[in-house]
Write a protein that binds this ligand. Structure first.
Ligand code: UD1
Length: 376
């Protein structure tokens, strides 16, 4: 059986890890399974792509379509054309897509139009904010795909509301599997804390990359919020800057006007990110992945967005949404900073439960096999 896994952006490499390992384990037991990784080339810098393949020992891509950056339509169109050509050449029994990026929608659309069954990992997420390209990608991908593999009960409810329950299964979140597989390695192998001269629990960790947050006015407000957080908690903040954000910082000269308490660094590898997260007093982010990873590691999270797809992080008390509002941020900082070791442990056990106890990737592979069998 031949399966093509389409990936292209940073969080998809993380999600691919545990699923690819599960395929490998089943192959080792004698199952006839050939999984080919198709990299669209949406992310291409070493720090955004190759380092994840090396660190997570991911199977090297069978092909890289090198689509690079571009406008939403332009980038997606380039992918669609090249993915279709690849699928025609390889003739897989199934295609797997992950998350909500342009690579996700392109992979799903190219495959279903060729009559190849598609499984969507991380199905059913909704922000209900249609100005986000990711929201449009999610909705379209779910409605196109044959098997919707939902990470959480909230995602299942969303799929049911859209009439998709017949194709949907709750499998848990493969990102928890990834965290469980790498947390000890991050603790033992990553030297990022010492390299940056930081001390355990004596710094904050920040990332910002969403299109809506990298517009000059909003980015400027967010940088002010980071500076005020550093001052209020009397700790430095480390800001790992995504290339899109870096571009804006350079264009608008925002970075140079900033407080010394913010340390700007390049995007981090997966193990360094986990190490920073587990050691930070708290994290400020607009990343969906980081909201979940912080929850899985018990680190308080403040989200610089108006809404989140990951409602369970908020319900568990692991995450507070503040958008770009200074007053909401101050209230959140005061609430979050009382978090101690035992409240972190409580969060960790809640996250394990809600995200499927580390069994998601095994259920994902089971469901892919069921989907293929149903087509034969
Ligand atoms: C994409 C996803 C988003 C995901 C994020 C993870 C879409 C619509 N969005 O957003 O859901 O959370 O990936 O990072 O697919 N760039 C580089 N080097 C790279 C990659 C990008 O310099 O290796 C720069 C380019 O200037 C590019 C910009 O970053 O134009 C944005 O990259 P793009 O892939 O379009 O979107 P992301 O913001 O990364």
């Amino acid at each position: 059986m031949k399966i093509v896994q389409v990936v292209g952006a940073r969080p998809q490499f993380v999600k691919l890890g545990p699923v690819a390992r599960e395929f490998e384990a089943r192959r080792a037991r004698g199952d006839d399974l050939d999984d080919l990784v198709l990299h669209t080339g949406q992310h291409y810098d070493d720090g955004m792509s190759d380092v994840f393949f090396r660190q997570l020992s991911l199977p090297p891509p069978a092909a890289n379509l090198a689509v690079g950056s571009g406008g939403q339509g332009e980038q997606t169109a380039r992918m669609l054309e090249r993915i279709e050509a690849y699928l025609l050449q390889v003739g897989p029994d199934a295609v797997v897509v992950y998350g909500d990026t342009n690579s996700t929608i392109a992979g799903a659309l190219a495959a279903v139009k060729l009559g190849i069954p598609v499984a969507h990992v991380e199905a059913g997420l909704r922000s209900f904010n249609r100005s986000m390209p990711e929201e449009l990608n999610r909705v379209a991908t779910d409605h196109l795909s044959d098997r919707l593999l939902a990470p959480t009960p909230v995602a299942m409810e969303n799929l049911t509301r859209e009439g998709l329950e017949g194709r949907s299964v709750l499998v848990g979140d493969v990102m928890l599997d990834a965290v469980l597989g790498a947390a000890l390695r991050a603790r033992l192998e990553s030297t990022v804390i010492a390299d940056l001269g930081l001390e355990e629990l004596e710094f904050g960790f920040a990332t910002v990359h969403r299109a809506e947050n990298t517009r000059p006015e909003r980015l400027s407000a967010i940088l002010g919020m980071l500076a005020s957080s550093a001052e209020r908690l009397a700790i430095p903040f480390v800001f790992a800057v995504h290339p899109r954000t870096q571009l804006q910082l350079q264009k608008s000269d925002l970075g140079s006007t900033l407080h010394r308490a913010i340390k700007f660094i390049e995007p981090l590898s997966y193990l360094d990110t986990l190490r920073m997260l587990m050691s930070a007093r708290l994290t400020l982010t607009d990343s969906g992945g980081l909201q979940k990873e912080a929850f899985c590691l018990g680190t308080p999270c403040i989200t610089l967005r108006d809404e989140t797809e990951w409602l369970e992080t908020v319900e568990a008390g692991a995450n507070i949404l503040v958008a770009a509002d200074q007053r909401r941020l101050t209230a959140a900082l005061d609430l979050m900073q009382s978090s101690d070791r035992s409240s972190r442990e409580v969060l960790i056990s809640k996250a394990r439960k809600v995200y499927g106890e580390g069994m998601a990737s095994s259920r994902v592979v089971d469901e892919i096999l069921v989907m293929v069998a149903a087509r034969r």
